[in-house]
Structures are given as structure tokens and as C-alpha cells.
Design a protein around this ligand. Sequence first.
Ligand code: COA
Length: 289
Amino acid sequence: MSLLQKYAEVSWLDGQNIRPYLFVRKDNRTQNPGSVHALDWFPFKPVYMDPLKMSHVGFANQILKMEHKAFGSTGMAMPRWVFYDCAIMPGFVAGFAHRTQTLPEAFRKVIEVDEQLEWTPISLFIIIPARREGEWVAHNLSSINALIERQDRLYGLGFLTKAFGLWFANIETLCGMTQWNSPALRLHTYYGPFEILTAYTPVHSYPQTLTYRSQVTPSHWHLFFKHTEPADFSVHFEETGFILDPQKESSLKQLQLKIENQEGPFYLNPKEVKSRPLDAPLKIYRKKA
Ligand SMILES: CC(C)(COP(=O)(O)OP(=O)(O)OC[C@H]1O[C@@H](n2cnc3c(N)ncnc32)[C@H](O)[C@@H]1OP(=O)(O)O)[C@@H](O)C(=O)NCCC(=O)NCCS
């Protein structure tokens, strides 16, 4: 029995009505997908779409409709040209798709459905390769869960969307950006040791953005569903004594200065991030010597 089948919350992932999709141009396809990380969570045949084919533009339209609504309130929805120039051309675009015929009413209410499509995208993960050898950058994560009432959500959709992409594309080191008060931080910290590269980022449109680097560790992923931390977290990490207040710009700048002064690297504890209110203070950790 795969780990995924152990968790009743994710029984929606049946491979029949919901399947992973790849919206990756042919030249960017992954050689030997899923061969770096041993994981049996996604035994389903993905739906392959080709973003360079005119006939597949309807799928792109549906991705963008969902993404625009999910990011609407943050002012960070992705312009269509950014999707093409900065995601499709250099990178990897994937997610989960729902069979259109059986789309639940709750989903139909929030996105205008294209009945011509056999599959409707309900989540999105985009990664692009960085210049640094072996490093990738996460450019977008979104899920239809952000648009619907709690009782209609597919628990873990966003988390599994990123997990699928990291596994399928054989990603070992991933950087990314998010805001300190974003619910997404609760997901991002569970993919592996989570290093803070910037705590305050004035070059971004939102200076309260943090930049991170994850060492992708699939053996930690099931802990997301158990709401716990890796058993050996305290073996490898210790508290620095610095408590970050994500609501205070001065606190973010203080941590940023520590990073710039080479006092790091600094890390977060996934369980703490997931269990505290979104705006509550956070302990900052370092690796044990
Ligand atoms: C952030 C996002 C991708 C999360 O995906 P999701 O499918 O909603 O989340 P999942 O079902 O995978 O995970 C659920 C967990 O996420 C956290 N979470 C999700 N939405 C939340 C919210 N509105 N408030 C607080 N926590 C939330 C919780 O920890 C929850 O688990 P828990 O209730 O057991 O603690 C999705 O909400 C989204 O698309 N948001 C808008 C776009 C965005 O901000 N993207 C992130 C860019 S970095």
C-alpha cells in the first residue's frame, strides 16, 4: 500500500477523475522522470499537453483562469506573457487535472468551464532552472482550493501538486519566494530542510518576501499529513535564540542583516510553521556544528 493510500484525506487522488498533467514543451521534457527520488505516491499516467500546439491553448486558458483567481487578492496574478516567456519556454509546468465531465459543482461555480476539454486543470506548479548547477526556482504554486469553501476542498491538493512536480522532474535543490504571512509557507517548509536566503527583500514588489532554498527530501513529505516534524530535527538543528516577528519590518530586517553578515545559514521548523497562526512569531534555527 502506497503511503498516499494511508491517508484518507487524499483518497480524492484516484487516477480516474483526477490525474497529474504536464504542460511542458517537448524539448523540456524530463529524461527518466521520477528516477531520482524513491516514491510510490504517483503511479498514474499523466495527461500530456503541448503548450506549443495551437489546439492546446484551451488548456492554457483554463490554467490561467484558475491561477488569476487564486492570486487575485494578492495582486500577483501571472500575466499571460510571463506564463509563456518565463515559464513555458524555460521551464516545467505541471499540476493536477480533473475530468471535465465529472467536475464537482463547487468547482464549476468558481471557474468558467470549457466543456470541449477532456481535462480541466485544478492546480499549478511551475519551476524554472537556475544558473547555479542543479538548482531550480519555484515560480508559481496555486490550487483551486484557494477559491472554494473548506468542505469542498481536496485536502493536500496544493501540497501534492508541488510534491508531484519535484518528484517527476527529479529536483534535488529548489529555491523559491513567498510572503511571511502566506499560508503557502506551511506547505513549503515540508519538502526538506528549509534555509532562509533572504528574510527581507526590498528588490521584490513585496519587501516582506522571504527567499528560501529547500534540499528536497521526499522521506519527510508524509509528515505534512501527520502535522509533525522529522524525528531527527533536533539532532541536526538547534535554536538560535532569535525569534522572528513576521509582522514587524524591523524584525525581518534584523534577520536579513544577520544573513548578510554571514551569521547563518538559518532554518525554519516545519511543524512550528504549520501549527502556529499565520502571523505569529517563529523560532529561527541553525545547523548543529
Ligand atoms: C497556497 C496554496 C497553493 C495552498 O494549496 P491548498 O491546496 O489550499 O493547500 P493544501 O490542501 O495542499 O494544504 C492544506 C494546508 O495548507 C494550509 N492552508 C491552506 N490554505 C490556508 C489558509 N487559507 N489559511 C491558513 N492555512 C492554509 C494549512 O496548513 C492546511 O493544512 P492544515 O489545515 O492541516 O494545517 C493555495 O491556497 C493557493 O493557491 N493560494 C493562492 C496562491 C498562493 O498564494 N500561492 C502561493 C505562492 S508562494
